[in-house]
Design a protein around this ligand. Sequence first.
Ligand code: RIB
Ligand code: CA
Length: 322
Amino acid sequence: MTDASSTRQSIPLIIDCDPGIDDAVALLLAMASASLEIRGITTVAGNVSIETTSTNARCICELGQRSDLKIFPGCPRPMVRPAIVAAHVHGENGLGGIHFPSPQLPLQQRHGVDFLRDSLLQASSPITLATLGPLTNVATALIQAPQMAQNLDRIVMMGGAVGAGNVTAAAEFNCYADPHAAQVVLHTAAEYDVPVVVIPLDVTHTAIANPARRQALRNLHNPVAETVATLLDNYGLREQRDMGFSGPPLHDPCVIAYLLQPALFELESVPATIEITSPLTQGRLVIDRNRELDLPGRIELATSIDAEGFYGLLTEALGRFS
Ligand code: RIB
Ligand code: CA
């Protein structure tokens, strides 16, 4: 399987995720991209339980014909606040109620936090970390061994909202589910000068899988693309009802698209942190463009995406499956 991006130097990558429908699409996009050298996948409780996110990651790796990939189960709950799930968004099974065969691909015995920590401590060259869910695993590893950050090339995360959140008025799910972890990651990354690219709802809400884009996936006539189109048919229904979208917003695949074609995005560098105290705004991504708060963290905040280019990339990649 080759792709245009495979001519570029490969990117050593660890993906932390909570599959979840959009996580599943992101994983498939990554698997279809030869330029991404997936060192491992860690799962976290988020959209659904750790047991279910881990099973789903195994199912998606088998769907993507990548039984070589190793999946490490991580934390079953956030660092401080009680766990929340988004089964009303992703279905009780986390994959829109679609049945997948029981996966043969084994789940690794090693804990996801141990894999993250040791992989980075022992890395001979920097590793990129893509985070698609709550940041519990990453924060826990950074607390255990902050010096692992010295081998982090960058973190690219889906999370936060500059405008309205999607769980509360203020907060997006990944940051709301574990706000303390999100703050630890931003602040520790800043301490070790690790770039953190944040792709917020404001951008992912402009990457809509409208009917034409879903039909383009079906026109690929391969089981992976067909499964993705079916997953998307039943996803993001609330946003379509409440925000008038013509299809589901594809949050997590934007992270992988950034790794493959960063030129699809515009970014701004801005001081930022995560609110962890206020009951009303806990999990809020606080950005300080006027630099009034003397924040310890800063991020490369995505401000726009070329949505047509993104779907062209996704369709081309999924077309490489047979
Ligand atoms: O708010 C969207 C994010 O929360 C996505 O990562 C989705 O999978 C859920 O985890
Ligand atoms: Ca996710």
